[in-house]
Ligand binder design. Sequence first.
Ligand code: G1P
Length: 279
Amino acid sequence: MIRKCLFPAAGYGTRFLPATKAMPKEMLPIVNKPLIQYGVEEAIEAGLRNIGFVSGRGKRAIEDHFDVSYELEHQIMGTSKEQLLHEIRDVISQCTFSYTRQTEMKGLGHAILTGESLIGREPFAVLLADDLCLDGEQGVLAQMVKLYNEHHCSIIALEEVPRDQTHRYGIVVGDEIEPGLIRVNQMVEKPDPQDAPSNTAIIGRYILTPDIFDILRATQPGIGGEIQITDAIAEQARQGRVLGYKFKGRRFDCGSIEGFVEATNFVYNTKFSRADAAG
Ligand code: G1P
């Protein structure tokens, strides 16, 4: 049974400077909701109510977002604006939030290892809020938790990317065991297009078995001099213990300006303009 979801949220978000100079990139809004809230809502939909953040310096706004804001709430109480806080209040009331800090930027693998104190010895999910997934009948994590309950091994979300983009992703190879589900046997972090063994990329949704922490402790820095989660999961894959899942839905790379704008347009067009038309 999976109860916990870890959110690595220590990165600087340099691609969005100057917006991210004094504000965490996870708080950038897609229309009117911060990216991180979309992620937490996806976790809740999957039944994961223990939310852990691996944060860092300058990320206090995340903690404040998932807490009561007495003065503001008192001010708007009883006015028409009060309903604008319903969603976030709902999120807060359904979850517990825990925080730990990554003091050095040593890669995603290191961030996840830093989260060990919040997770303990149980399987858990990891969600990278930059990868915003929308438009499936069900959220991607909910789809993956269902698979975990059948297969009891690590599961990574996959998507085909254009060949010339492989250097931005973890890339996998494996054998299809049923439509959309592969047993992964090879993984490589950010290969150049000419070296990439496929164009099947890892998207920021993982379910990991807790032995990953022991593997991470022994994982040497990989590409970019960082401890890569891909390298640690590759160790589990060598033992046949990793499934890759081509999820249903649409992913927006909100770590890039283009993806961020696309997501903004998508959410506006599907949610807001329709609401206007209806209202
Ligand atoms: C991370 C992972 C990479 C994965 C990607 C998905 O990279 O290291 O394997 O494909 O997330 O968004 P990052 O985007 O943090 O550089």
